[in-house]
Design a protein around this ligand. Structure first.
Ligand code: HEM
Length: 195
């Protein structure tokens, strides 16, 4: 794979301490109704999205760029967007789409979800890219972005689906996968045991 700055799946430094347990992950997967059929639908979605990821990222970045409160999270204290920060995160975001569709929910995957959560929270935002930006992404926005991150995928799936494909099943599986990830990412925000 091409080197992606800051992408540490498989060797996340903070894997051990404070990460979510495999048992908690299993319960969370049950909570979002994630089953074998979803895993298969996600794999198929990954095939259909694979060569469209840059176009998908254009849509997502276009949305973030159009919302001042979101763009602020990629901007410096004077309010100027940090191009290098946006670009470096974009490369990892593309890999995240692939990883989400291919996820095995094993230890490396789980540890990297913990790391992604820390990178949105005070624990580690800005550190990977040396960015001079806001201290954390508000947790409310993390949750709210599940909607655009989900609904914008449909046209990309529909554009490539064949007669044998079930786009609704792929959309359902994608939504479950994103909610599962974001639920894991909230863990570093919740300091007093209520996660
Ligand atoms: C469903 C919601 C979201 C998803 C799926 C998502 C996905 C991602 C991914 C995959 C990364 C790169 C992780 C890595 O380092 O490998 C990332 C980083 C980042 N995201 Fe999000 N994100 C979400 C919500 C948000 C929101 C609401 C904002 C606010 C603008 C935001 C701002 C950022 C920033 C600033 C980074 C870089 C963090 C750092 O300093 O390392 N994200 N996001």
């Amino acid at each position: 794979m091409t080197h992606i700055h800051g992408y540490t799946m498989g060797h996340s430094a903070h894997a051990a301490e404070g990460a979510v347990s495999g048992a908690e992950l299993g319960q969370l997967r049950a909570s979002v109704l994630f089953g074998d059929d979803d895993r298969a639908a996600l794999r198929r979605a990954g095939e259909l999205l694979d060569d469209q990821i840059e176009a998908l990222l254009d849509v997502w970045y276009g949305f973030v760029g159009s919302q001042p409160h979101l763009l602020a999270q990629f901007s410096n204290p004077s309010g100027a967007p940090i191009v290098d920060y946006l670009d470096k995160v974009r490369a990892r975001f593309g890999q995240w789409v692939r990883d989400t569709c291919a996820a095995d929910y094993g230890d490396d995957w789980l540890a990297y979800q913990h790391e992604i959560g820390r990178r949105h929270a005070r624990a580690a935002k800005n550190t990977t890219d040396g960015a001079d930006s806001t201290a954390y992404v508000p947790m409310r926005d993390l949750i709210a972005l599940i909607v655009p991150i989900t609904v914008t995928v449909r046209p990309f799936l529909e554009g490539r689906a064949t007669a044998d494909d079930n786009v609704d099943a792929m959309m359902g599986a994608w939504l479950k996968a994103v909610v599962l990830s974001v639920a894991l990412w909230t863990q570093p925000y919740v300091a007093d045991g209520q996660w």
